[in-house]
Design a protein around this ligand. Structure first.
Ligand code: PMP
Length: 427
């Protein structure tokens, strides 16, 4: 049994010693003391089904034994920066990662986070093209350093500091967007942006395949092929931010961008790649990678053997346990059940996403799509009381984000929907 500090004690210390900007879910936040696969346990040994751990980095399941073993073994053998000396952990993982990417995408730069990966990708695109202008999407989240905060486009995540050179295109959001699900019309906006907002030449276009923080917004079909073509005509590179949608999460494909049939020039990843260990990566072509030879480029912990051993173990688990296939099967079933729930509860305005990256948007009125900001908190709290932890996001904070570890089962899907059904009925 757990004998550590209580939730109340931790909360008091957190208020005194940690950043005042930190926030938490639930009126009474959960003190998680232990995790096992798709479950989390609180201080009283109470079990919760974790339907959000995937976004907070856990792809194969909390404390997956194979990943833990790889981390422990490597920690006992060597923990050091692998920049200056040779070690096989980094090369083995880089090779395995490259084998998962299409085309000539095979040069890997390791980082410690998604922000760092996107910062590096943006810098490389600028160096490669000699241009500064980058196009990203409204409602995107790409990180919290100056470049990536510039590319992020939701005012609640942006501080008022210099973030130069990013243009934010109209979001190809099939539910709330200006042009419905007409991907080509949204793509035309990017063409206009290039012509009227830049010199006609750009460094890059960067986007998620499914916006995560933005509330599981799947880009309108046909959008990426058209935009990639306009960007390339303007001399720019196409960057896919796979921090949330990568590693089999969308089920039908290993990478989110594959759902639109495009091949990016640079792919960035983090979160689920380490199953809880801080590791990120940028993968690009040998030709683009050359730009970093112009100066020294150094990242102390990027690609250290403990993190790369963990990442490599994650890839092996995803393959051995068919987790991508599981995301497809369980995700499709879950989406079907959520759609049936939409027929029952007026408050559900939209059900969307792919695989185990699903969103349920709550509105008080389906016609005006007024965000149900208060109701979502009530449902979320009630679900927690019944043993299900679920995520929340979207610009208005009214979208449930369902992104569980990829080992989520059909029974888990049933339990989640039954609990959500009950909580909504109680509203
Ligand atoms: N890109 C996307 C799509 C993200 O969701 C996030 C984090 N929410 C980031 C980048 C930044 O990653 P990190 O928090 O590891 O810096």
């Amino acid at each position: 049994p757990y004998t550590g500090p209580t939730a109340a004690e931790i909360l008091t210390k957190r208020k005194e010693f940690l950043s005042p900007s930190m926030f938490y879910f639930y009126e009474k936040p959960v003190n998680v003391v232990h995790g096992k696969m798709q479950y989390l346990f609180d201080e009283n040994g109470r079990r919760y089904l974790d339907a959000f751990g995937g976004i907070a980095t856990v792809s194969c399941g909390h404390c997956h034994p194979d990943v833990v073993k790889a981390i422990v073994n490597q920690t006992e053998t060597l923990q050091h920066s692998t920049v200056l000396y040779l070690n096989h952990a980094i090369t083995d993982f880089a090779e395995a990662l490259a084998s998962k990417l299409p085309s000539d995408l095979k040069v890997v730069f390791f980082t410690n986070s998604g922000t760092e990966a996107n910062e590096l990708a943006m810098m490389m695109a600028r160096l490669y093209t000699g241009c500064h202008d980058i196009v990203s999407l409204r409602n995107a989240y790409h990180g919290n350093a100056s470049g990536t905060m510039g590319a992020t486009a939701q005012c609640n995540w942006k501080f008022n500091v210099v973030q130069s050179g990013v243009h934010h295109a109209i979001n190809p959001d099939p539910y709330r967007g200006l042009f419905g699900s007409d991907g080509e019309k949204y793509a035309k906006d990017v063409e206009d942006l290039i012509q009227f907002g830049t010199s006609g030449q750009v460094a890059a276009f960067m986007s998620e395949a499914i916006q995560g923080v933005g509330g599981i917004v799947e880009l309108a079909s046909g959008y990426l092929p058209a935009v990639y073509s306009s960007i390339r005509k303007a001399g720019g590179l196409c960057i896919a931010d796979e921090v949330q949608s990568g590693f089999g999460r969308t089920g039908s494909h290993f990478w989110g961008f594959e759902n639109q049939g495009v091949v990016p020039d640079i792919v960035t990843m983090a979160k689920g790649i380490g199953n809880g260990i801080p590791v990120g990566a940028v993968v690009t072509t040998p030709k683009i990678a050359e730009v970093l030879t112009r100066r020294s480029y150094f990242n102390t912990f990027g690609g250290n053997p403990v993190c790369t051993a963990a990442g490599h173990a994650v890839l092996r688990v995803i393959e051995r346990e068919n987790l991508q296939e599981n995301a497809h099967v369980v995700g499709s079933y879950l989406k079907e059940r959520l759609n049936a729930l939409k027929d029952k509860h007026e408050i559900i305005g939209d059900v969307r996403g792919r695989g185990l990256m699903l969103g349920v948007e709550l509105v008080t009125d389906r016609e005006s799509k007024t965000p149900a900001k208060v109701e979502i908190l009530q449902v979320m709290d009630q679900m927690k009381e019944m043993g299900v932890l679920i995520g929340k996001g979207g610009f208005y904070g009214n979208v449930f984000r369902i992104t569980p570890p990829l080992c989520f089962s059909l029974q888990d899907a049933d339990f989640l929907v039954d609990v959500m059904d009950y909580a909504m009925a109680k509203l």
